[in-house]
Design a binder for this molecule. Structure first.
Ligand code: F6R
Length: 633
């Protein structure tokens, strides 16, 4: 949460910083700010609201200089107004500082600093760090930062520049991500790789309790005890176009369309014939053979992928699997030990609760495997073993391609375990792999039908929007005193077995980008409560692919139709039964073996959420109150 960037070199710092912030905006968009150091000192510009407001402002009144830093904020302490926007300064405006994280002891530090005569201009925890650096500064910025961070409790990645040392920038990290980008006669600091990818693909991943001091020609890293740290320079394989919209209206739509390529890439990297390989998985086969159970831990969409993974692994590899959201796992007393494999799943690799769950699991002696998208992220580094999902940078806040990449990785890992533990013969594994190899082409087919501008799904989203507003208007007109009940204009998503998690994911996608209330349920739970919601208002999206439970789903649909419910179904092509019973709208997917249906079902669910949000005119890539990388609890 929050994106930070620093630049030092020969280019105009503003251009690099604004470009970087544009690529980091997915991390927060409550306000944005920039500080540039030039002959007149430190010049700061900050604006509440989206980055575009700051951009427009800078166009009218540019800032010039070759060293600077920037910030895009997801508010934690203090309203998203101008004083609370970063960068923050000290009393004399000799330094500028940006921060991502939360300082837990800020109030106590602030009280002391005020007593010592420091004057505060904002309500943020961050400003405390600026004043602490000021307090400790006696001509050496590295040392002042080192002394300041020793007083902090909490999570932070900070970048600081000082007027008296105009050719240097200093950064420190504890829990919040920070990378150094290495250029030719220029260097960068940033929260995430896409921010610097246009200029360099060489990066250093900073570890906790490290301080970086960079000039345009040098990078020095030390620990909090001033000991120099030798760091590896990694070469990132992503290319910058992956982090651009490439002609699509939104990143989300682009990322939905990238799924066939992502899954093909995973298959190419991970399989040869019927062999499955995970090169970076450092956990030995002998250890995987010994495990007695698996605990999957993740948040949000990654949690839903994990739930699907449970069905896959139990069925294919016959290992018991429990699945938890990270925030629950870390605060209960999970029964795990050295015979448990804990799999943490995370696109960003930085989610605070998932990272805490990982640490908890390791403390209890379990081996932890990270299924992660972002190279060198905290989870990737702290887990005992890692499998990268190779989805490329995911920019839209609503996760799409990372989700199906997680599903593919989990399916492959389940097959790998099944082979290793002798649960499936080689011929069967080859057959399952071949079925998985059909997925990219089948997704392509679904995208051709529904992912294009002439898609009938767009028409349906339009009808929903019209009907929604008609009913609301009618309600308010006919009931000025608010005595009647408002119509239930919401979405319900129902699925069974491996598509119960798909239902949860469909509901999450829709609610997070269109702000329309939506719930996902296992269809068998309908009669235990949710059926009370059914009248002619909600849309009930039923996931009914060809499977052993098809008949059961049909019965659920009949019950909904009998109560005048509106059913939109996701079904296998040629499902005559569904047609006959009078379902209102059918989104078709090609046939695939039932355990793999979540891959195909995901596409109409993502598109439906996207089209509905577009109809409602929402900011699809940056939904309100959310941020891509949830680095605070
Ligand atoms: C939903 C979404 C979030 C994330 C969740 C976990 O579209 O993006 O629910 O899935 O915040 O994030 P990661 O995977 O980065 O740990």
């Amino acid at each position: 949460m929050c994106g930070i960037i620093g630049y030092i070199g020969d280019r105009e710092a503003t251009e690099v910083i604004i470009d970087g912030l544009t690529r980091l905006e997915y991390r927060g968009y409550d306000s944005a700010g920039i500080a540039v150091l030039n002959d007149s000192g430190i010049e700061i510009r900050k604006r509440p609201g989206k980055l575009k407001i700051l951009k427009a402002d800078l166009k009218k009144m540019p800032l010039s200089g070759h060293i600077g830093l920037g910030h895009t904020r997801w508010a934690t302490h203090g309203l998203p107004n101008e004083p609370n926007a970063h960068p923050h300064t000290d009393c004399k405006k000799k330094l500028a500082l940006v921060h991502n994280g939360i300082i837990e002891n800020y109030q106590q530090l602030k009280d002391n600093l005020i007593k010592e005569g420091h004057r505060f201009k904002s309500y943020t925890d961050t400003e405390v760090i600026a004043h602490l650096v000021e307090k400790h500064y006696d001509g050496n910025l590295e040392e002042a930062v080192r002394r300041a961070v020793k007083e902090l409790r909490g999570a932070y990645a900070i970048v600081v520049l000082h007027k008296d040392e105009p050719d240097k920038m200093v950064a420190a990290r504890c829990e919040s991500p920070l990378i150094v980008g290495i250029g030719k006669s220029e260097n960068f600091l940033a929260s995430d790789i896409p921010a610097v990818l246009k200029y360099t693909n060489k990066v250093i991943f900073m570890d906790n309790l490290e301080i970086a001091s960079i000039t345009k020609d040098s990078v020095k890293i030390m620990d909090y005890n001033k000991r120099p740290v030798k760091k590896k320079i990694s070469e990132v394989k992503w290319d910058v176009t992956q982090a651009e919209k490439g002609g699509f209206k939104h990143f989300m739509l682009k990322e939905i369309h990238e799924q066939p390529k992502v899954i093909s890439g995973i298959l190419t990297a991970r399989t040869r014939g019927s062999n499955i390989r995970f090169e970076e998985l450092k956990i030995k086969d002998s250890a995987l053979k010994r495990i007695k159970k698996i605990a999957i831990v993740a948040c949000g969409t990654a949690y839903h992928a994990g739930l699907s993974g449970k069905y896959m692994t139990e069925w294919l590899a016959h290992v018991p699997v429990l699945v938890d959201t990270s925030s629950e796992f870390r605060y209960r007393s999970p029964i795990i030990d050295k015979n448990t494999l804990v799999i943490v799943i995370s696109q960003s690799g930085e989610t605070a609760d998932t990272l805490a769950a990982l640490r908890e699991a390791r403390k209890k002696g379990a081996k932890v495997l990270g299924i992660v998208n972002v190279l060198g992220s905290s989870i990737a580094r702290e887990a005992d073993g890692v499998i990268y999902t190779y989805a490329g940078p995911e920019i839209a806040v609503a996760s799409t391609k990372a989700y199906t990449a997680q599903l593919a990785t989990l399916y492959l890992f389940s097959l790998y375990l099944a082979g290793l533990r002798g649960q499936r013969p080689k011929a069967k594994i080859r057959a399952y792999l071949n079925e998985l190899r059909r997925v990219p082409e089948l997704i392509e087919k679904i995208l051709k039908r529904y992912g294009m501008e002439r898609s009938d799904m767009i028409q349906k989203a339009h009808e929903f929007n019209r009907e929604y507003h008609r009913r609301l208007k009618l309600y308010y007109k006919g009931d000025p005193e608010g005595k009647r009940r408002a119509p239930n204009c919401c979405f319900l998503f129902l699925g069974r077995n491996v598509n119960y998690p798909s239902a949860l994911e469909g509901a999450l996608k829709l609610k997070e980008i269109s702000y329309i209330s939506s719930e996902g349920y296992p269809a068998g739970e309908m009669k235990h409560g949710p059926i009370a919601l059914i009248d002619e208002n909600p849309w009930v999206v039923c996931i009914v692919p060809d499977s052993d439970l098809h008949e059961k789903m049909i019965s659920n649909i009949m019950e909904i139709l009998a109560r005048r419910g509106i059913v939109a179904a996701i079904a296998t092509e040629g499902d005559e039964k569904l047609r006959k019973i009078g379902v209102d709208y059918i989104m078709e997917i090609p046939y695939i073996e039932q355990t793999l249906t979540p891959f195909l079902v995901a596409i109409p669910l993502q598109l439906l959420a996207y089209y509905v949000a577009r109809e409602f005119g929402e900011e699809i890539d940056q939904p309100r109150n959310l941020a891509k990388s949830v680095t605070v609890e």
